[in-house]
Design a protein around this ligand. Structure first.
Ligand SMILES: [Zn+2]
Length: 444
């Protein structure tokens, strides 16, 4: 048999639709063109991209009715016939993508992230206070009868997010936003719902399959009025519920100490983290404003970090986000004295070759949150983003990408990667490596 005869036999067994008919048909268009063609010429909106080599193995993704689309309409005939042989209602778009485009039907650019994250995304740095959508926050506030500063949802939405695209003037302004979300999350009910919705939302909207949520339980017990254990157990219930609904997600909780807290208060948080480690608390962290704006003495939490580590918890530390010279000194101290597994932000290290060597040698992963850093002015602009990532790539500093709180920062993890690719701060391989690093350096 010649290939022409084979083609004729194949075409006799499949549905053959013109591009216009295909567009109106409603069947799933399965695009089997090469990645090069898709990136060069664009894609049909809503089409599914499946390499020809694995077409028959991806039936579960395709739905009941399928129209195969290739470049010119030859390989699609053979591919569709092979699907018909497997019992699928399959056809082809006659003339392929070329005919589709010639007919003036819609074509969009392929997402630059297409195919980059086969294992799903990993988000290791997101604060519970910044991870819950405004509408859920609004309902939670009303359910608890919390007196809000406004009766208008949209005004509230602006209050609990960084709504000005120019960002906030400083970290203290961000702290005031957190203060409101923490107030709303200050009950067992609210904490449970917040954790549950943050995990579900991350998986549904971003395909995040590794997620660590951090929060300070002591900032959610109304100054001691609520019992700390009830707050933490509520978070664990939210985690458990989400793990039943979204078994694909590996999620964990990180309990945060605070730079404004006493050593005793912070030790209580570490003790709680250790106590609930078997239930889903996977690590500890510290954040918060510097008391009096002075350089923070991170050696004050050496015993805390040692206790957490001895109990098998992961350690990540907010440091090197801002603070100029103070910030760089603090980074050195944290790396030398605390030896954390990961560092929240750490972007100031990009200006210090010795520090970058230390981070690389100690295999400490930086959790970098580009949009957050731009909004708080920790990074001055696009050039600073490129320079920072350029330095880390050049010096082999391990890093992963995160949002810091997608709802508050009005971003999503995929947006962060798209931003970095668009700016040329990372290449595709580097972006994929940063995400893989995220899965690998998770505590959960
Ligand atoms: Zn943070």
């Amino acid at each position: 048999m010649t290939v022409e005869e084979l083609l004729e036999q194949a075409r006799a067994r499949i549905r053959r639709l013109s591009p216009e008919e295909a567009a109106a048909d409603g069947a799933q268009i399965v695009d089997v063109r090469s990645e090069t063609s898709r990136r060069r010429d664009g894609v049909v909106p809503g089409s599914l991209h499946v390499p020809l080599t694995v077409l028959q193995w991806r039936l579960d993704q395709m739905g009941d009715r399928v129209l195969v689309l290739c470049d010119h309409g030859y390989s699609s005939s053979l591919a569709a016939a092979s699907l018909v042989d497997l019992g699928v209602d399959a056809g082809e778009v006659v003339g392929g993508f070329e005919a589709w485009r010639a007919a003036g039907l819609p074509v969009v650019d392929e997402s630059p992230l297409e195919g980059l994250f086969p294992e799903g995304l990993a988000e290791l740095h997101t604060h519970l206070g910044g991870s819950v959508s405004s509408d859920i926050m609004w309902s939670l506030a009303h359910e608890q009868g919390i007196a809000l500063p406004t009766r208008d949802f949209w005004e509230f939405d602006r209050m609990v997010t960084v709504s000005d695209p120019r960002g906030v003037p400083d970290l203290d302004s961000l702290d005031r936003i957190y203060h409101l979300t923490e107030l709303i999350q200050s009950s067992p009910l609210a904490v449970e719902r917040s954790v549950h919705s943050a995990i579900g939302g991350a998986y549904r909207s971003q395909g995040i399959t590794t997620l660590e949520l951090r929060f300070n339980p002591m900032k959610r017990n109304r100054g001691g009025e609520r019992d700390l254990d009830h707050i933490i157990l509520a978070a664990i219930r939210g985690l458990d519920l989400a793990s039943l609904e979204y078994p694909q997600v590996r999620a964990g909780l990180i309990l945060m100490m605070d730079r404004t807290f006493s050593a005793e208060q912070n030790m209580v948080i570490v003790e709680k983290a250790i106590r609930y480690a078997p239930r889903g608390v996977v690590g500890v962290d510290i954040a918060g404003p510097r008391p009096g704006g002075a350089r923070y003495d991170y050696t004050a939490i050496c015993p805390h970090v040692a206790a957490a580590r001895a109990a098998g918890l992961g350690v990540t530390i907010h440091v090197g986000e801002e603070g100029g010279r103070h910030g760089v000194e603090e980074l050195h101290e944290v790396v030398d004295e605390l030896r954390p597994d990961r560092i929240g932000h750490g972007i100031l290290a990009a200006g210090d070759v010795e520090l970058m060597a230390k981070l690389r040698d100690a295999d400490i992963t930086l959790e970098i949150c580009p949009t957050s850093n731009l909004l708080t002015k920790a990074l001055s602009g696009e050039d600073a983003v490129r320079e920072t990532f350029g330095a880390f790539v050049e010096h082999g500093v391990p890093f992963t990408i995160a949002t810091d709180g997608p709802e508050m920062m009005r971003t999503h993890l995929r947006d962060e990667f798209e931003l970095l690719l668009r700016l040329g701060a990372l290449g595709r391989d580097e972006a994929a490596a940063a995400n893989t690093r995220g899965h690998k350096s998770a505590f959960a």
